[in-house]
Design a protein around this ligand. Structure first.
Ligand code: ADP
Ligand code: AMP
Length: 217
């Protein structure tokens, strides 16, 4: 059976994870976030976690071979049989090439590439106010998407923390890394797929609506 893969492109903090969760709930597709997978490995102190801990806290990219192997492993799990929403992967042209090869093997294809974008000052404000649930990575914002009780996840009552890489200096570095290493994917997908540009500066609900429309095409 052919499978549907959606690649969410966009800079850090634009709202990829927020939209991927909403979309996953609506479509039943798996939400595959490379950042979440790395953070889980760090939390469990696995060999991969030990290798990547400092890379994440510095805001640099994990080497392609480690990232590709982790995603390949994730995409072979049964919940990806119908496809997946990819959030944060690919982040380099080499990763995008590896994804094409993997999907050819799984009889899947990248069907949609929504590119969500917003100006840098918005990204910085969103990242500095982001709070993340310690238990399962649910995402909130102190102003734009606050939990019902300050500091506590609505879904599993876990405490909310500020990611080390959401401190302002690391945020600036991550945006630079995105510009240098990930932005070339905009042209990459414009050439081979139907890249759909989405205004990420809107409210969460408005971005969800724009995304929904772009996926109908
Ligand atoms: P990404 O996965 O692209 O890094 P997130 O989905 O984690 O981004 O969102 C970054 C922060 O911005 C979070 O705190 C989230 O609650 C908030 N956020 C996401 N989308 C919007 C939006 N459209 N308007 C305001 N805040 C948003
Ligand atoms: P994110 O949760 O998407 O903000 O990612 C957090 C961090 O995980 C990034 O700053 C990188 O250090 C690492 N990371 C996530 N996805 C990738 C990827 N596709 N390639 C390399 N590093 C990644």
């Amino acid at each position: 059976m052919p499978t549907t893969f959606i690649v969410l492109l966009g800079p850090p903090g634009v709202g990829k994870g927020t939209q991927a969760s909403i979309l996953a709930e609506r479509t039943g597709l798996a939400h595959v976030s490379s950042g979440d997978l790395f953070r889980e490995n760090i939390k469990k102190n696995t060999e991969l976690g030990k290798l990547v801990k400092k890379i994440l806290s510095d805001g640099e990219l994990v080497p392609d071979d480690l990232t590709i192997a982790m995603i390949r492993n994730r995409l072979t799990r049964p919940d990806c049989e119908a496809g997946a929403i990819l959030d944060g992967f690919p982040r380099t042209p080499a990763q995008a090439d590896a994804l094409q090869a993997m999907l050819a093997e799984f009889n899947g294809d990248v069907e949609h590439v929504p590119f969500i974008n917003a100006p840098e000052d918005i990204l910085v404000t969103r990242l500095s106010g982001r709070r993340t649930c310690r238990a399962n990575g649910h995402v909130y914002h102190t102003t734009y998407n606050p939990p019902k009780r300050a500091g506590i996840c609505d879904i599993d009552n876990s405490d909310l923390y500020q990611r080390e890489d959401d401190q302002v200096d690391t945020v600036k570095r991550r945006i630079q890394v995105y510009m240098d290493q990930t932005a070339p994917l905009i042209e990459y997908y414009r050439r081979i797929n139907n890249l759909q540009e989405i205004d990420g500066a809107q409210t969460i609900e408005a971005v969800t609506a724009s995304l929904g429309k772009s996926l109908e095409n």
